[in-house]
Design a protein around this ligand. Structure first.
Ligand code: CS2
Length: 493
């Protein structure tokens, strides 16, 4: 079904022009994507569309929302076409219409439709951006959490709710029908993300049917990836502003920085041969044998400092990352984190100059047009801290190095989840463990007990790390309470 072009409909004001398809040939679907948020639409979808433009192939994307119908409701009236708005630091913007998404399904409304799409042998890849918590794993150990309500549900019900549940049930149908498995390509910011999702899938599959787990383990593939593009949530005022600027109204645009990087382990289901994946390399992705060094670099240097700046910046009253690093105290802080605490903690990918990578990150953070809220990045800290900050601390301690900056970030997270900012105003803490964290913080009176209570959360801190960092984190928490985040950083520097 090819619609006429999006050209101006004569006589309508700019913001009533309809956005639609250009009339270019529409590829059949080859990918199902779970978790169709702004990030994947600004990132994976763009690479896949470029790959199809360059080398062809039926790699249309069927998007799936695992929770709410919002994205589908905004995209369906515009035939799933949307605009990617790239925001340059000088204020210039470029617009690109993306047409690779063919359809969006909403899992809670119709889980059967999702399973049947995933079971179609034309689908050769299932990509995921379901965020850290979407894997239903224990962040501290990586194992599937069988106490997770969605996993409990999926063990009993025929139609799943969780991402691991959909993967396993769809793979089961494919095996039963004699089709090869799809490649599971995760695009979430987790260490060894391919191994992590593989483990979740195999743990769950084994509960249903050990032979299914064996088949997935031998024939399935779960390449790890490193994904990178800063993509803040789109705000209603962006939609109105863009309608005036670009001459048509898009209810679902995504805004992002110019930079993007995708490093992918080149390990796709062999049964599909040359048809196993789109030409991602042609589209600019780096295809490598081992992603781990790139993941370490990105998770520790970018996401680790993002989270550190988010908690401490929020406490200090900064709304966005650009505003935070525009404050010289925070600029000094983040540079010191990179130089003294993060770069020494891991081995660089071959040929990459980490000091230059840090300089480039600083430039990206400083982009004033990208309004990436500290509050947005602060979300789900219990799921993010282990791989972003705690692993770096543990590696430093093992090598006999102290890391006061990262310890301060951990204390910042503790203050943040306590639910009150430095002016005593409530913080809207979004985290799957928010209630538990708040209760632990509230129950304790003195700093020592608050910190001890939070360090006792085993989903986040291993017993060993908790013991190792207890003294410095308690001191840092005390500094934050007494001085506030900005002054505490100044003192530390
Ligand atoms: C951010 C990431 O929200 C967050 O936690 O740290 O989304 C970050 O912007 C991306 O990983 C950049 O690639």
């Amino acid at each position: 079904m090819v619609q006429s072009s999006m050209s101006m409909e004569a006589g309508l004001p700019a913001d009533e022009q309809r956005l639609g398809r250009s009339g270019a040939a529409r590829p059949d679907a080859g990918i199902v994507h779970l978790g169709l948020g702004a990030f994947y639409r600004a990132f994976g979808a763009v690479y896949v569309e470029d790959a199809v433009r360059i080398s062809g192939g039926d790699w249309g994307i069927i998007g799936v929302s695992l929770q709410s119908p919002g994205t589908r409701d905004r995209l369906a009236p515009q035939d799933f076409v949307y605009t990617v708005v790239t925001q340059n630091p000088d204020g210039g913007e470029t617009f690109r219409k993306v047409e690779i998404v063919q359809e969006v399904l909403v899992a809670p409304e119709d889980p059967e439709a999702v399973l049947s799409a995933m079971s179609d042998p034309a689908i050769r890849i299932v990509t995921l951006t379901v965020t850290e918590k979407g894997y239903c794993h224990d962040p501290a150990t990586g194992a599937l959490n069988f106490d997770h309500p969605d996993i409990i549900h999926d063990l009993e019900a025929a139609l799943p709710r969780s991402a691991p549940g959909f993967l396993v049930r769809a793979l089961e149908r494919r095996r039963d029908a004699g089709h090869p498995p799809f490649t599971v390509l995760t695009c979430d910011n987790l260490p060894e993300n391919g191994k992590l999702v593989r483990r979740a899938v195999l743990d769950l599959a084994r509960k249903f049917d050990p032979a299914l787990a064996d088949w997935i383990a031998s024939d399935g593939r779960f390449p790890s990836t490193m994904v990178d593009r800063i993509t803040p949530a789109t705000k209603p005022e962006d939609i109105d502003r863009l309608a005036q600027k670009i001459g048509y109204r898009d209810e679902a645009p995504v805004l992002c920085e110019p930079f993007r990087q995708w490093v992918v382990e080149d390990d796709f289901v062999p049964a599909y041969g040359a048809e196993a994946r789109p030409d991602l390399a042609g589209a600019g992705a780096e295809m490598v044998a081992d992603v781990t060094p790139y993941e370490n670099m990105k998770l520790r240097m970018l996401n680790g400092t993002h989270s550190s700046l988010a908690y401490l910046g929020y406490l200090a009253g900064h709304e966005t990352i650009a505003e935070t690093v525009g404050d010289p105290v925070f600029a000094g802080y983040v540079k010191r984190l990179w130089r003294d605490e993060i770069i020494p903690s891991f081995t660089a990918p071959e040929g990459v100059d980490l000091a230059a990578y840090a300089d480039a990150l600083f430039e990206r953070y400083s982009n004033p047009v990208i309004r990436h809220r500290t509050w947005q990045i602060a979300m789900d800290g219990s799921q993010k801290l282990p791989q972003r900050i705690l692993a770096t601390i543990a590696d430093n301690l093992a090598a006999g190095r102290e890391c006061p900056g990262l310890v301060l970030a951990v204390a910042g997270w503790m203050r943040y989840v306590g639910g009150l900012d430095e002016k005593g105003q409530p913080i809207e803490v979004r985290d799957p463990l928010a209630d538990k964290l708040r209760a632990l913080s509230d129950a304790a009176g003195a700093t020592e007990q608050k910190v001890a209570g939070l360090l006792g959360v085993r989903e986040v801190f291993s017993a060993r790390l908790a013991a190792d960092i207890s003294t410095p984190v308690t001191a840092a928490y005390g500094q934050l309470s007494a001085l506030g985040a900005r002054k505490a950083i100044e003192d530390m520097l």
